[in-house]
Design a protein around this ligand. Sequence first.
Ligand code: CA2
Length: 138
Amino acid sequence: MKILIINGPNLNLLGKREPEVYGDQSFEAYFENLKLKFKEVELEYFQSNIEGELIGKIQEVGFSYDGIVLNAAAYTHTSVGIGDAIKAVESPVVEVHISNTHQREQFRHVSYISPNAKGVILGFGLKSYELAIRSFLE
Ligand code: CA2
């Protein structure tokens, strides 16, 4: 089973800023734990701050990987292009968010990802990613 985790803009700052919202662990450190937890899964990780790079990666892996775990970060609320890319590929995409976006500002209540995602997991901190991976296994 091959799964790619894709993180969008500013998630490279995890653990460095706003720990009250996003926690105090870097994604790289968390990703090492995930790999230990899911030894049976070929897990890969990609992060970009650039919308076109995220779309390119979805297209690149979206016809051969078993699943994509996507936190499109701020692009979740703006990107028709990422929403269309998810619709265009064959691999199922699970949308994740660290925070519960519905408890936050109104503009975060809209997602261009959700309509084309297999499912959505949000509000469980970094554990949201683990739950998303489990959803592919069960
Ligand atoms: O809760 C999530 O996972 C979000 O996707 C995070 C995005 C936000 O725009 C979405 O509404 C919800 C923001 C990611 C920014 O990450 C930072 C991490 C550390 C410091 C500053 C920003």
